[in-house]
Design a protein around this ligand. Structure first.
Ligand SMILES: Cc1cc2nc3c(=O)[nH]c(=O)nc-3n(C[C@H](O)[C@H](O)[C@H](O)COP(=O)(O)OP(=O)(O)OC[C@H]3O[C@@H](n4cnc5c(N)ncnc54)[C@H](O)[C@@H]3O)c2cc1C
Length: 284
């Protein structure tokens, strides 16, 4: 809090209902409240400095936001679960692998699943496993709780209504131990941002692909998957055609140009297919 140069109110509700009521009340007072989870982005972006009458609502003490467990047919990931705790519990190896490559250990002790999904950073790599498994987003708002497939509510970003927050993510357990690959390509060593991250999961005989780093948001393209899974073509032809179908705003930044990212994407897709096919041999 000492990093922030003015006073703001800080709230730590202990239930979903209390959080929603706080949001309503603070909003009514013109305080433009924001939800706070790991806080790493809120603090680094200095977003609080822009919102002069800020009030933050920290969701960390809400028990529903802190679970990470198997229940009935789902894995339930609380929005306030840290990346480190997700990685250590290792209930979903693809998720563990993908989040273990985000930032550095110290940052991962703070960064949360929900904060990464709802954040501003282009990469948001924790979204990739949830896109591949068509997970359900459990969202709280003033009308109660709604559960929506990520397919219907994640388009460039999580399309929350004003005042809503993400409580949990539910992933069908049948996906948790399918063959997967997650490859992060960086320009710099170790903890840099990605040039390209590709996560892949094999389900129902098809390889699903989700990509981060090519454009300003993580995405999964079913059209691209259709081409990549067309066994009538060679792998290189499939990759060439699949990448051609992509219509996304280019991301050009200090990590790399769009052209370079496309080049890295093609190489990474090649590696993804080789690895996932290698896995299959391994499985028998
Ligand atoms: C050194 C460093 C390197 C990093 N590298 C990467 C990287 O390579 N790839 C990557 O993907 N990320 C990376 N990150 C993480 C990323 O930049 C963000 O800091 C992180 O994702 C934010 O998570 P948080 O839990 O701290 O969210 P917060 O800072 O708490 O919140 C982020 C935003 O989401 C909103 N929000 C939070 N939780 C909820 C919720 N439950 N419902 C609705 N809205 C919510 C907040 O209001 C805020 O706008 C890096 C971070 C650091 C510090």
């Amino acid at each position: 809090v000492s990093l922030i140069s003015y006073d703001f109110e800080y709230y730590l509700p202990s239930s979903i209902k209390e959080a929603i009521q706080l949001f309503e009340a603070l909003n009514g007072e013109g305080k433009e409240p924001i939800y706070f989870s790991g806080g790493t982005e809120i603090i680094t972006l200095g977003r609080l400095n822009e919102v002069k009458t800020g009030a933050v609502i920290d969701i960390k003490q809400i028990p529903d936001c802190q679970v990470f467990l198997l229940q009935e047919e789902f894995l339930i990931t609380g929005a306030a679960k840290t990346l480190t705790s997700i990685e250590e519990a290792n209930l979903f190896p693809l998720l563990s692998k993908t989040v273990s490559e985000i930032a550095d250990r110290t940052a991962r002790n703070k960064i949360t699943a929900g904060g990464n999904v709802c954040g501003q950073i282009f990469y948001r790599e924790a979204v990739l496993p949830f896109l591949l498994t068509e997970s359900l987003m459990v969202i709280a708002g003033n009308e109660g709780i709604r559960t929506v497939s990520i397919n219907d509510i994640f388009n460039q970003r999580l399309l929350l209504e004003y005042g809503e927050f993400l409580v949990q993510i539910k992933t069908d357990q049948s996906y948790l131990h399918q063959p997967f690959v997650s490859i992060k390509r960086r320009r710099q060593w170790n903890t840099g941002y990605p040039l390209i991250t590709v996560a892949a999961l094999k389900a129902g005989g098809m390889i699903r692909i989700a990509i981060s780093g090519l454009t300003t948001f993580p995405f999964r393209s079913k059209q691209m998957e259709g081409i990549l899974n067309n066994s009538g073509l060679s792998l290189d032809e499939r990759i060439h055609h699949a990448v051609e179908t992509l219509m996304v705003p280019p991301l050009d930044d200090s990590e790399g140009s769009f052209q370079y990212r496309l080049f890295v994407l093609k190489n990474t897709l090649r590696d993804v297919f080789h690895q996932i096919e290698g896995e299959e041999h391994h499985y028998g």
